[in-house]
Design a protein around this ligand. Structure first.
Ligand SMILES: [Zn+2]
Length: 114
């Protein structure tokens, strides 16, 4: 955890992001010297309006971010690595979980479930 990503890791992550190159993404302002990641503009994994960000996140196109060798965020752009389908199902349940409706993850109906 932490530290700069290797070029290979950045390239591997960019490969997983199949979003349109002219779509806007967010660059969270960095205070340290570590490489930044870009975030989904519509559904970022952080609060873009947080008062802690003086001028707000930088908005660039996905193409520009990738040209700058910035990797897509695992939290909101490509998601965590989930190789097992069983884990994917758990992840789906967690995504659809609504505490006002469901008592536990087992109560969550998965979309497309027959
Ligand atoms: Zn993110």
């Amino acid at each position: 955890m932490g530290g700069a990503m290797s070029d290979a890791e950045v390239a591997a992550r960019i490969e997983k992001d199949d979003g349109p190159l002219d779509e806007t993404v967010l660059l969270k302002r960095s205070t340290g010297g570590t490489r930044r990641v870009y975030h989904d503009a519509d559904d970022p994994c952080f609060n873009a309006d947080d008062a802690g960000y003086r001028s707000g996140p930088e908005r660039v196109t996905r193409r520009e971010a990738q040209d700058r060798e910035i990797a897509p965020c695992k939290g909101c752009v490509i998601g965590p690595d989930l190789p097992e389908s069983h884990d994917n199902e758990l992840y789906e349940r967690a995504r659809n979980f609504d505490p006002s409706v469901h008592d536990s993850l087992a109560d969550v109906d998965l979309e497309g479930e027959s």
